[in-house]
Design a protein around this ligand. Sequence first.
Ligand SMILES: Nc1ncnc2c1ncn2[C@@H]1O[C@H](COP(=O)(O)OP(=O)(O)OP(=O)(O)O)[C@@H](O)[C@H]1O
Length: 599
Amino acid sequence: MSELIRLWQLFQPYRGWMLGGFAVALITLLANVALMAVSGWFITAMAVAGAAGVAMNYFAPAALIRASAIGRTAGRYFERLITHEATLRQLAGLRVWFYRHLEPLAPARLMEYHSADLLTRIRADIDALDNLYVRVLVPVLVAITAGLAFFLFTAMFDLGLAQLLLVMLLIAGVALPWAGHRLGKRPGRCIVEIQAELRQAGIDGTQGLSELLIYGAADSHARHLDALSRALVAEQERMSQLTGIAQAATGLTANLTLWGMLWLGIPLVHDGSLAPPQLAMLALFSLATFEAVAPLPMAFQQLESTLTAARRLFAIVDTEPAVPEPTGPAPQPKDSGLVIEGLRFAYPSKSSLNDHSGTGSSADAGIHIDSAQERLTLDGIDLQLPPGRRVAIVGATGSGKTTLFNLLLRFWAPESGSIRLGGIPLEQFPGEDLRSRIALVSQHTHLFDTSIRENLLIAAPDAPQGVLEQACATAQIHDFIAELPDGYDTWVGETGVRLSGGQARRIAIARALLRDAPILLLDEPTEGLDAVTERALMDAVQRLMEGRTVLLITHRPVALAQMDEILVLDHGRVVERGTHTELLKAPIYPRLLGLDLDV
Ligand SMILES: Nc1ncnc2c1ncn2[C@@H]1O[C@H](COP(=O)(O)OP(=O)(O)OP(=O)(O)O)[C@@H](O)[C@H]1O
């Protein structure tokens, strides 16, 4: 129920359209019922007048029938138009609302969700909410308003007939939808969840198809997809059966009402309290009134799917960001120097992550070390990085190097200790402001499925072509781009698959140059490249580092020899520090670089 209230609040900006849709839907229904009722009355009255040989004015009822028919047809058209406009506006608004809440959660909080699951929430779950207005809200309001009008209208002729109609409408409009909701709850929830799981497995399988084929696991993955598909079909069949039963039950109730009206009405005609045309009119009228309640059983049967989708969206929206945004204005640091003191950090345990994926009410902005967690990822890091200084970080895999970058970018908040930029604690900087001062080049730079130009422009949206070319020339990629048939308009493909690792890395360097940030974080920028490409890339990296405060993660001796200081990390602690020459005599550093091996 709370989901419905929250959704209603989100729909507030569109209430004009929603009200318009409701009004037109009501008019359409009333026109249809009037058409049936007047037609019934007219045919019988004409027959009775013909049999009695009396004249009758048929202009007025004929005009009413025509007006109702036109009203019904035009109403249907405008009803679709207005309700769809309202729904599309709601969905567009919901997408923006959801995306605004999603953005601050990246990347820390979103790690606990599969990307396909997030995509499902953004697309399918938001789309599922269109049910609420068109299939639930409008039909319910129309049914209540019209049902009351139908009762009062029938009561003008006979209270007994009106009571019968009311009871039957309540059966079709309340009891059947209630039963549909109860019985549709489980399959409705399962359908949404299995669909999300199926999309997740489908995307996972497509992305990892080569691995599945190489390791002969394609069949077992296909079986998994097949099992999910079967489960989905089974739930959908259950839902369809319920829909069929609900439709049959509504039809039966309507026809029983018709019989009941005749059963109770014929004696009234006999005793003269009801004219024969009035009975015909009321009989057809009662049948037509069921159009008001006919959509309700199915609407309530599908309500659980809609509410499950809403719950999945609210679970994300209610998640607190890993790092709270400061409320004050962006501070002005005196320079681009970084000072790290006593920095300690641990990733939250799985159990505390799961808390955040729930309702979100227990979400906590801070990060707590699970008592069962034995080791901090970073444990007491101290580092002075005055403007223009270059420091390298070296350490075995999993020693916490990338984590340190994540903290500098404020993707996570430290457990204790501090990071200051230009003398100001990092937590005082709004995330966007902080990240505008930092450029990052990593081995996993993401290239978007668009042109080279667009990929460069994300770092400097207003940069003219000349500036792009200059950045690319410094990154030593301009000549290659210029030789391509489409030049800077060349499509790079999904994640940049049409470029080699070295080319993609150079585009990342060009991006960092375009950003022109005073602080530069380099996370193994030459990792995985052959020696020749690496040397060429290092030249580009050297130019990028000029005049910037640099933190570089690397294990390449050539690069390390040029750094002002090197920190050796082991299990989150700095175990050695000094220059390359000094550290060559230390016990761990040469081992990490493979320099201790006798050749
Ligand atoms: N999002 C995360 N949630 C939980 N644990 C994480 C997360 N990211 C990293 N870790 C863990 O933190 C530790 C340090 O990871 P980090 O990526 O900082 O290491 P690294 O030194 O950069 O390693 P590599 O050289 O392999 O990139 C690892 O044990 C890793 O498993």
